[in-house]
Design a binder for this molecule. Structure first.
Ligand SMILES: [Zn+2]
Length: 313
């Protein structure tokens, strides 16, 4: 049994785990991300890896990083939520731990994890859409992870859907992730609550004020029947479906996997996504309908996928 370590480096947490070749996590470790200091990030990753490697015989390390990873799978060119700029992460970590290291974009690692061990099993053409604060993406075509020419592919979240629309963290406006993500739920629910507080009775009770609204408030208020929260989820479903239909026009996948934090509330929008997707599909009625499934591995998908990519390096 070959063991590898997977590491998922996010803006706030570094999750590591020892993973076997069936995708099972044998031991985990969780650390805080020193996001403003690239040296400390590398040392924190190495500490977590060394601790786990001291108790298990591991052969390689896969790091899923929330940033733009180059095509050599070594350097993080840029990260929106960490201080990485042209960061030689692969070199730093491998020197510190003395093991082979592969670096991959975190959403790509998640897509690979779901393809190998989760909701993507048995399908050769899989498109992952990670719906969290923004939208991340990853894809497997013909059994291979798709990276693009420079390692920057599958960033669906930044397709422009509204010219001059809502400002996005990427510096442009009107990106898909500003209309179909956790942050869009907040924007939409807040706007409805301000326009008509009677549509947001539970929402306002839960949050206290629209200024401190959080995702879980919108989810809970929707379950309690608040119109403002339900409308926010309906809008997310419409935009998500439109984006998936656009992706079908380009990529023709056999299956979509919807992951990320917002997918925990999938019961509030997935049926609508499936219906609206079928309606908006180019060539509808004359082509097979891709399945749209919820991710199965939860927050561990990136870690498990990174570990498996290290095994297949
Ligand atoms: Zn953007």
């Amino acid at each position: 049994m070959a063991l590898t370590i997977g590491v998922d480096v996010g803006g706030t947490k570094i999750a590591s785990g020892v993973v076997d070749d069936d995708g099972r996590i044998l031991e985990r470790s969780l650390r805080h991300t020193p996001a403003d200091n690239p040296e400390k990030v590398a040392v924190t990753i190495a500490d977590a890896v060394s601790e786990l490697a001291g108790r298990h015989e591991v052969e390689a390390v896969g790091v899923g990083a929330a940033g733009f990873v180059d095509e050599t799978r070594s350097n993080v060119r840029f990260a929106p939520n960490l201080a990485w700029r042209e960061e030689p992460l692969q070199k730093k970590v491998s020197e510190l731990v003395g093991l082979p290291v592969v670096v991959e974009n975190d959403a790509n690692a998640m897509a690979w994890g779901e393809y190998r061990f989760g909701a993507g099993r048995g399908e050769t053409h899989v498109v992952c859409v990670t719906v969290g604060t923004g939208i991340g993406g990853g894809a497997v075509f013909g059994g291979e992870l798709y990276r693009g020419r420079w390692g920057m592919g599958a960033e669906w979240g930044h397709m422009q859907v509204i010219p001059d629309g809502r400002p996005c963290g990427c510096g442009h406006r009107g990106c898909w992730e500003k209309y179909a993500s956790g942050s869009s739920l907040l924007i939409d629910a807040r706007a409805s609550a301000e326009a008509d507080p009677s549509s947001a009775v539970h929402l306002l009770e839960l949050a206290g004020s629209v200024d401190v609204l959080r995702g879980e408030h919108v989810t809970e208020a929707a379950r309690k029947g608040d119109r403002a929260a339900l409308d926010a989820f309906d809008s997310l479903a419409e935009w998500l479906a439109q984006g998936l239909a656009d992706l079908a026009a380009i990529l023709d996948p056999g299956r979509y996997i919807i992951g990320g934090g917002v997918s925990a509330a999938a019961d509030l929008f997935m049926d609508k996504v499936r219906v609206a997707y079928a309606e908006r599909l180019t060539g509808r009625g004359h082509r097979p309908l891709a399945e749209i499934r919820v991710a199965e591995l939860g927050p561990s998908a990136g870690l498990v996928g990174a570990a498996d990519l290290a095994r297949q390096r």
